[in-house]
Design a protein around this ligand. Structure first.
Ligand code: MOS
Length: 779
């Protein structure tokens, strides 16, 4: 059964009666000065309905092939050996026992690996997604404890794992920096994020802070976090001649294929990377050493390779979130109005990577203050390159900022919701731009009412047996982005009495529902039922380049689909010709509905797609178009927002915290798919609960080794840790965003840790300023 077929059942019922209104064209209508997108002026058809994932049934049945489930004839299995020192060189590798082990096909080290270029590091060009500015298996240098230094290929995974365990490696260790104190002593430098300095200075914040009558000045700490998508990283690769096919798990399909091509000195079209199904990414499903090593080994052995990292392997090879130390200092007048807002601190990264944790990003547009100082500085340590992790910056930055605001609310005796509303900015406080759509006050009002916030008992007064009960709140925020480069190709093909549409975009789907939401948007635009639309994605052969990152993919796809649909309508009117009821109409005088085009002024003038194709004796018509440049972000300050409410129970005997209630009240523009949106918000909140209470990479400062590389020792929330999570949203469309929609992928995690910490303070009177809030810190 195809995705289309399985979608039929899921979409039945929703489709009925959905296509009753003409949808006029709205080319680039979100550009300043344009007219509002008609799809966002009102809810229409499938937009905002709960549509199940179109590929859900395939996944549940096991019919969706993930990266490590592809097979090639004569395939081999890879196992990696990881360095056990933090810095130095490989003195010798004794491979004799491994090579003699049963089933072994190849032992590859830096001594026999093919020559490859250093994968261009993330940010060095639009298509560069290398993890760090380091070559892979090209020399004897060791840069982190856990670096892959040898690869064994064998006939089975078990044989490969066994042989890798027989490698005998001797090292020449060199001085390394694996302590935070040592990293600071080596020197601190200004932080850069995507080439931009992480620094904002408005007025004289330190002087205003010193003069303010009320103030808080605190330091907050967040630990390293490792990525734990349920699907460990994997790739299945084969060379045919000088062409490389990769079945990968990727949230940056096109860019990863290009970076592989650059690494192996290949033309772009010689690498084909597919990744239709990904079992979670959250920032981590990009290019790491394993795909490069797998491709190199396949080349050397002249056989296809499956390289699937073990869970420990993910901790050694795939970077996560780095640690931070943050100062938040707020000076306020007696009314609670901020006179100074200071958010500064330190993040740690490696000498070779490009990703400090940009924890001030969320603070830039959060609150009004005449004096603002925001700054991230960086110290360097010998460790695995860190990377993006769901809401990099905002996730940990909001913990510090929103904890400090709660502390100030206590100091002032002002309700923390009220304190936040008193400091609502009327324009972006750091760049001066107007907000495109900001309804955070409504999110607070709606959330407070639903949660019963204003009826809460006084602080530290609720006790149920051994349990102290308290509530807390916090704001979450994440910017709206839209990366350029997205293209869409729409092909209408005659099918029985009607047509079907294929919409192809070079997008990545990590499981969050992108392919489904793309189908919804395209179906709405084209005036076709959902079961007439198929989406092609997750394949580097599709033109254009999109990325599931920065919570911007849906907007980028939407802009491209709208552009392609607009072009397609122009082509269809030409094809329709003089005999059509549409004759003489220009593209902006027609709309799409009910499987065809109709005059906006006179609905009796219409012709179906099938009729137009039939009369012009064509089986299909196709249009390809790139989305417009994201000019909206130059004119407006654009963000997703949330108001979060949490209730906790803290055990007076053990110090254990249980989250008993959570409400997320979101303001993220128009919600396109109610069902997948709710899951994304909840998933983000669950990750936030993990960040608040349990997640912590244990890093051995003596040698730079990660000590808890398993789900047994690195704790993430399980079902019993997660209460019923209530989610509501304003659903107010942003007139300046395609489809009125803001990103919703990353906002969910932001602010959550602060809401939990603030609730724990409310329950116990104990303020914990370093994550995770484990029981030893509360008791
Ligand atoms: Mo996200 S951290 O942009 O996958």
């Amino acid at each position: 059964m195809s995705i289309i077929d399985s979608a039929k059942q899921a979409a039945q019922g929703l489709v009925q009666g959905a296509m009753t209104k003409l949808v006029p064209l709205a080319p680039d209508s979100w550009i300043p000065g344009g007219v509002p997108d008609p799809l966002i002026a009102r809810k229409h058809g499938l937009i905002g309905k709960p549509v199940s994932r179109l590929d859900g049934a395939l996944k549940v049945r096991g019919d969706a092939a993930f990266a490590a489930e592809h097979r090639f004839a004569d395939m081999t299995y890879a196992a990696l050996a990881y360095a056990t020192i933090a810095r130095g060189r490989i003195a010798a590798i004794d491979t004799a026992a491994a090579e003699a082990a049963p089933g072994v096909v190849l032992v590859m080290t830096h001594l026999n690996a093919p020559r490859m270029a250093t994968p261009p590091v993330f940010g060095s060009s639009p298509s560069a997604v290398g993890p760090a500015d380091l070559s892979i298996l090209q020399d004897d240098r060791i840069h982190w404890n856990g670096q892959p230094i040898a690869c064994v290929l064998a006939e089975t995974q078990e044989q490969a794992d066994h042989a890798a365990s027989l490698l005998r490696i001797t090292y020449g260790a060199e001085p390394s920096t694996t302590t935070l104190a040592g990293a600071k002593a080596n020197g601190i430098e200004p932080g850069l994020f995507m080439g931009q300095p992480l620094l904002n200075e408005i007025g004289d914040a330190e002087a205003a802070f010193a003069a303010a009558p009320h103030k808080v000045d605190r330091t907050y700490r967040t630990p390293r976090h490792n990525h734990n998508p349920i699907e460990p990283h994997a790739a299945t690769l084969a060379w045919v001649g000088d062409e490389l096919t990769i079945h990968d798990a990727s949230q940056m399909v096109t860019q990863q294929a290009q970076t592989m091509a650059d690494t192996f000195g290949l033309a772009t079209d010689k690498v084909r990377l597919t990744s239709p199904y990904v079992g979670g990414g959250f920032g981590s499903k990009g290019l790491w050493d394993h795909q490069v090593i797998g491709a190199a080994a396949a080349k050397l052995a002249r056989r296809p390779v499956r390289i699937a990292l073990s869970r420990e392997g993910v901790y050694r090879v795939v970077g996560g979130r780095t640690l931070t130390e943050q100062r938040v200092a707020i000076g306020a007048d007696a009314d609670g109005r901020f006179q100074a807002l200071i958010h500064t601190g330190l993040s740690v990264m490696t000498p070779q990577n490009s990703m400090p944790e940009p924890f001030i990003l969320g603070t830039q547009a959060a609150y009004a203050a005449p004096n603002i100082l925001l700054k991230v500085e960086v110290a360097r340590m010998n460790m695995l390159a860190n990377t993006f992790m769901r809401a990099p910056g905002e996730a940990v930055g909001t913990f510090a900022l929103e904890s400090a605001i709660d502390e100030l609310a206590v100091e002032l005796g002002i309700d923390p919701v009220e304190l936040r509303l008193r400091n609502e900015p009327d324009k972006d406080p750091t760049n001066g731009l107007p907000f495109s759509s900001r309804h955070i006050a409504q999110a607070w009002r709606d959330g407070a009412e639903r949660f019963g916030w204003h009826a809460r008992p006084p602080r530290s007064t609720r006790r149920e047996g051994e349990w102290l009960v308290g509530v807390g709140c916090a704001t979450g925020t994440y910017p709206y982005y839209r990366m350029p480069g997205a293209e869409a190709r729409i092909t209408l093909t005659r099918d029985g009495d009607g047509v079907k549409a294929l919409v192809e975009v070079a997008a990545a789907e990590m499981g969050m529902g992108t392919s489904t939401t793309t189908a919804i948007v395209a179906a709405e635009r084209l005036g076709l039922p959902l079961d007439r639309v198929e989406v092609g994605y997750g394949d580097s052969a599709i033109p254009g380049a999109i990325m599931a990152g920065g919570s911007q993919q849906t907007a980028a796809i939407g802009a491209a689909v709208i552009a392609a649909q607009t072009a397609l309508v122009g082509d269809l009117i030409k094809l329709a010709g003089n005999d059509s009821p549409l004759a003489g109409l220009s593209p902006d005088e027609v709309g799409c509905d009910d499987g065809g085009l109709g005059s906006l002024a006179d609905p009796t003038r219409r012709e179906s797609y099938a009729s137009i194709l039939g009369r012009s004796q064509r089986d299909s018509v196709s249009a390809t178009k790139a989305g417009s440049l994201p000019l909206e972000t130059m004119h407006w300050s654009m963000h997703s927002h949330s108001a979060l409410f949490c209730e906790v129970r803290v055990n007076t005997v053990t110090g254990e915290t249980r989250v008993s209630r959570f409400l997320g009240s979101f303001d993220c523009g128009r919600i396109l798919n109610l069902k997948t949106a709710r899951s994304q918000f909840r998933g983000g909140i669950i990750m936030g609960l993990g960040m608040a209470l349990m997640e912590e990479t244990q890093f051995d400062e003596r040698n730079g080794r990660i000590m808890n590389p398993s789900l047994a020792e690195y704790h993430i929330p399980v079902h019993l840790d997660v209460p019923e999570i209530d989610v509501i949203w304003t659903d107010i469309p942003d007139p300046h965003a395609p489809m009125g929609a803001h990103g919703i992928g990353e906002i969910g995690i932001t602010g959550v840790a602060a809401a939990v910490a603030n609730a724990i303070y409310d329950a116990t009177g104990t303020r914990v300023r370093d994550l995770p809030i484990t029981l030893d810190k509360v008791i």
